[in-house]
Design a protein around this ligand. Sequence first.
Ligand SMILES: NC(=O)c1ccc[n+]([C@@H]2O[C@H](COP(=O)([O-])OP(=O)(O)OC[C@H]3O[C@@H](n4cnc5c(N)ncnc54)[C@H](OP(=O)(O)O)[C@@H]3O)[C@@H](O)[C@H]2O)c1
Length: 328
Amino acid sequence: MKREIGRSGVTASAVGLGTWAMGGWMWGGGDDEASIAAIHASLDAGITLIDTAPAYGLGRAEEVVGRAIKGRRDDVVLVTKCGLVWDTDKGNAFVEQDGKTIHRYLGAQSVRAELEASLRRLSTDHVDVFITHWQDPTTPIAETMEALLALKAEGKTRAIGISNATRQDLSAYMACGQVDCVQEAYNMLDRGLENTLLPDCRANDISVISYSSLALGLLTGRIGPDRVFEGDDLRRTNPRFSSANLARVTAFASAIGPIAAAHQADVGQIVIAWTLAQPGITFSLCGARNDKQAVENAHAGRITLSREDLSSVDAAIASHLGPVAGAE
Ligand SMILES: NC(=O)c1ccc[n+]([C@@H]2O[C@H](COP(=O)([O-])OP(=O)(O)OC[C@H]3O[C@@H](n4cnc5c(N)ncnc54)[C@H](OP(=O)(O)O)[C@@H]3O)[C@@H](O)[C@H]2O)c1
């Protein structure tokens, strides 16, 4: 299943491969060879959309993607981002990584320098989509957008997107030029977008790329009470992963079991198919640690849920996952 990214003319697979965990940071470390296998398996399974960012392991995920797509660049709709930088004190301090303070900063020169650095790490001369990763309250959006539009005019990107943005941010970007996509958290547990950016995107032909579509893996139904999250894995301290919530997800998985069986699918695949069936959700990014996960997620793009299936899944969400959402 392929879909257009906004009005860019660029089309990509509806399921996209996310590479945050491949950077290791906040995921208890990564395994580059397993990551490369996941990227190759995704491409072999028909995925074209690959999402990365400089911040994922301070360049590590981009380098892994660059290695993996060598010789296959034309098969990839490559998305990277800007706006989280660790070489300046400008903007505002956001998070720490490996002893470095990451700043949210979207000044024009920095945006350009970031793209050049990404192109080097990715071993390519252009990306297909360039997204502002987090918004920087210290730089006027007009300045950032002017830089993005210039990079697009130079052929260094084919589409422009924004992430972790408000409706006001989106309006300000749109006032300066064409925005083709937003990238926001969206899954069965995180549906706030339906009342914020989603209607604006639908009204303006802007694609929505959901991130954390599996709620950091929780919605695969495969994380049991014995699972130990290693090192800096952000799930260690996330209340979403409490044993009570794991039990709720298990009950949800049982409830949708017959639908999964009818589609010869796993729970996670039904979750992804449901996400892609939501009005206005154009693409669904799913992280994968290895080739097996990558192929499973890719195949979810082939599942079409009927209206009855969707009603049953919605009923199961309401019955079993409502309390999980409330735990956020
Ligand atoms: N713009 C932003 O600010 C932003 C923020 C977050 C994410 N993103 C993008 O969106 C992508 C997807 O989101 P995400 O990675 O945060 O979360 P996600 O897709 O909800 O979950 C990914 C994790 O779930 C587990 N998993 C995935 N497929 C599985 C399968 N088939 N079976 C069992 N477990 C499976 C893996 O972790 P384990 O194997 O370790 O359990 C994997 O790392 C990211 O990689 C990134 O590219 C963007």
